[in-house]
Structures are given as C-alpha cells and as structure tokens.
Design a binder for this molecule. Sequence first.
Ligand code: NDP
Length: 479
Amino acid sequence: EKAQIGVTGLAVMGRNLARNFARHGHTVAVHNRSYGRTKELVEEFGHEGAFLPAESAEDFVASLERPRRVVIMVKAGKPTDAVIEEFAPLLEPGDMIIDAGNAHFADTRRREAALKERGLHFVGTGVSGGEEGALHGPSIMPGGSPESYEALGPLLEDIAAKVDGEPCCVHVGPDGAGHFVKMVHNGIEYADMQLIAEAYDLLRQAGGHTPAEIADVFRGWNSGRLGSYLIEITAEVLRQVDAETGKPFVDVVVDQAEQKGTGRWTVQSALDLGVPVSGIAEAVFARALSGGAEVRAAAAGKLPGPSAGAGAGAGAGGADLQADVEQALFASKIVAYAQGFQQIQAASAEYGWDIDPGAMAKIWRDGCIIRAKFLDHIKRAYDKQAGLQTLLVDDYFLDAVSGAQAAWRRVVALAAEQGIPAPGFASALAYYDGLRAQRLPAALIQGQRDFFGAHTYRRVDKEGAFHTMWGADRNEVTA
Ligand code: NDP
C-alpha cells in the first residue's frame, strides 16, 4: 500500500495536519528529522487512520504514490531549504513539494523557480488556524502552478474548514501568491487585535469598566456585525481571573506584545508596493512600542498627560461610549481590511498572480484566526465588482463607515483629550479622511520638492512637467 500524501516535520503543526489527512481516509506517510516524533505520532494517534512511518527520507519517498506529494512543515527559513535539498534529489519529474510553513513569499518565488528547473512542482501554501485549525480544518492558501493544484487541491480541500459545505481552500495564484496572501492575512490579524485592544483600553480607562464588564460588552458585540473569532476569544481572555492573586488575568500579564515577523513582512512589502497599510503598520509599531521597555521606563512619569478631567464630558462611563466604541472599532476594522485587500491587489498586479480577492475573503470565513461574519460582505463586494478600487466604496462598507463617522470622530477625540493611545482608531480615521479629501496638502510637498531638488511638478490645468526657478526670478519653466 502506498500513501497519497506525506508529511515531513512532525512538530505540532505537521503532526496535526498528518492526523487531519488520516482522519479523512487518506494514507499518510510521516517523517521527521529525529525519528522520536514520528514514533510518538504513530503510537499516540495511529488508531485514527493509516500512517506509514518512515525513518529515512528514502523510505518516506518510496512509500508515496506518484505524483508524490511531500508536505514540509518545518521551521521557516534555512531548515526549509535544508529539507528541500534533502528531498528534491529523491523525487522525479512531476512530483511536488508543498511548503506549508510560514515562508516569506520571496523565498517561495525563489524556491519555485529553482525546483521548476529540476522538473518539480513547488507549492508554497499558507495554512492558518494554529494547531487546532491544522487538526480540525484550517484555512488553506496554496500557490504554485495550476497543474499542481489539480493533483493536490482535492486533498487540501478535504482537510480544510468548510462553510456551507464549501472548503476554505482555493488555488490563490502561481509561485508565491499563497504565502503572500497568508502574510497579509497575518498583517490584518495584527491590525484587528490592536483595534480590539484599543477598544478595551477606552472602555476601561475612559469608561471606567472592569475587565469582566468589558468581557460582557465583547460577548454582546460578538452576536452582532463584529461577530468573529478574535472578538469571541477577547471576551474569554477578559473574563479570566488569575488563580493565584484573584486579579483579572490582563492585570497580571506583562504589557509587552511579542511578534514572530509576518506583520513586519506585510508592512515591508507594502512599503515596496507603495500601498498605505497604515492600520497594519500602526499595529506592528504598537507592539514594538509596547516592547520597548527601556524607552518606556525613561519616558513614563516624565511626559505629562492632559490635565485632570479633560474630555470628561465626552460620553465617559455611559452606554453611549460603548456604542461609540463599537462604531469606531467596526469602521477602523473596515479600513484595515480595505488596506490589506488593496495590498493583495497591488501585489497581484505587480507579480502577475491574477488573485481573486473575493475568493480570499471566502476562504477566510472559517478555519483561520481572522474568521468573521463580516468576510461574507467582502466576498459579495468583490463578486459584484471584481476591480473594486477600495472596499470603502462598496455599498455595505460605505454605509457602515459613513454611519459610524460621528461616533468614530468622538472616540478619537476622546482618546486624544484623555491621553489614551489609540493609534489604530486615529490612523484609520485619518486614512478615511485622506481618501475622502478633494484636495490634499501633497501639492505643497510637490512645491517643497521642486524648491530644494528641482524634482518638478504637474499642474492641475495643463499637461506636462514644470519647474519654478526658485533661486532666480521665480518664473515657471517647462521641465
Ligand atoms: P516549529 O516551527 O517549531 O519547527 C519544528 C519542526 O521543524 C520539527 O519537526 C523539527 O524537527 C523541524 N526542523 C527544524 N530544523 C530542521 C532542519 N534543519 N532539518 C529538518 N527539520 C528541521 O514547528 P511548528 O509545528 O510550530 O510550525 C511548523 C511551521 O508551520 C513553521 O513554519 C511555522 O511558522 C508554521 N505555522 C505555525 C503555526 C502555529 O500555530 N504554530 C500556524 C501556522 C503556520 P526535529 O523534531 O528533528 O527538531
């Protein structure tokens, strides 16, 4: 008997993916650098399905039916290259290597090109949902060639999460498209988490509510339009009480958020593409600010805040604040998603990926960390108009942000007046106002650039590039 698919790298993610394949009736070859993990998997979970454990790479490859499908689930970076180099020489033309780790899309593009020359398919695949998702149904974002998807897609669709019977898995696009979309998914996740944290902070500091009360607020929001996994788990975390001290969990945890890097990658890529993902960037920087313990220690207590009682009239404490914060959260979340989707569209054009943005919203509806009701509306928006410039102008989202506008402004003003940092809310609103503006001060910046660097400018009333002789008679010349 041969295996339909093989998984190498059997830490939490690889082990759970292998079990998920087996539970769906596939025979799974399993392998790990150190045999201990392989043995453990088969001993503990062998009863769940058909596993073919292999100690050597050669035995592992020999146990796979053709075309061979080898899923790599190891630490991203050098280990992935090492494992590719171990397996590629053992494979034959038409076989495929699937990297399901969190690789940078540029690495995936490089690996795909190199393996194509050796006649092998390389499928960089985003997998979201953490270890639970891997076992019970993740959201899966495979890149690589369309041919590889024909041979691999049905297996991935089997183990993916389902919404109304439809799998949360679709061929995203060639080479690095899958890992790119997974990266932006994580960037959006950063923004979502930061906005939720700001909402909590405002309810606590300006509203004077306890974490337990705020947990109830979030639980209420979860049954409305904000309904999502992140809102749901936020209520759970806020409700948690530390067993040792009896204090709220959020008060005994160090206030420094860590990061593994996909948020940073998203922002780096957005800088290269020239797409303003300010919501994601603010979230990455907010984590960096929180982690800057020494700077914070040097500044806290030295930098003065607003005078006592500032902004006290602005709905503090009442039900109005909750309603306002819900509006600000929803509107800011829409901005963050609009920016992330714009980045996907820009990359798709830049790299020739032809990504269907609506399909991305569709496969994020379950299995992944940013799963939310709201994604249905994003899918619908792109179904209606594939070339939508920004989600903000789709009817549903336009209604939502314009309806939220007054509350959103009140919340940002309140935060500023009371000295509560709300970079996500504030920058989302600034982005909204920037997009909305009939005229931006960028004209002045063009003047400055022309003044010091003769960079030239364009005029609103005629074609061409112009330069003003700033240092001489200040007459305008055609550049
Ligand atoms: P880790 O990232 O902790 O990686 C451990 C695995 O990598 C082990 O199987 C280890 O083998 C293997 N490994 C490390 N270095 C090498 C090497 N040089 N050669 C061969 N094998 C090596 O495991 P996770 O399961 O947490 O994650 C796997 C991948 O999935 C990562 O890329 C991660 O970013 C991604 N991912 C993780 C998620 C999560 O929630 N954890 C969610 C989504 C994606 P050994 O046992 O011999 O040490």
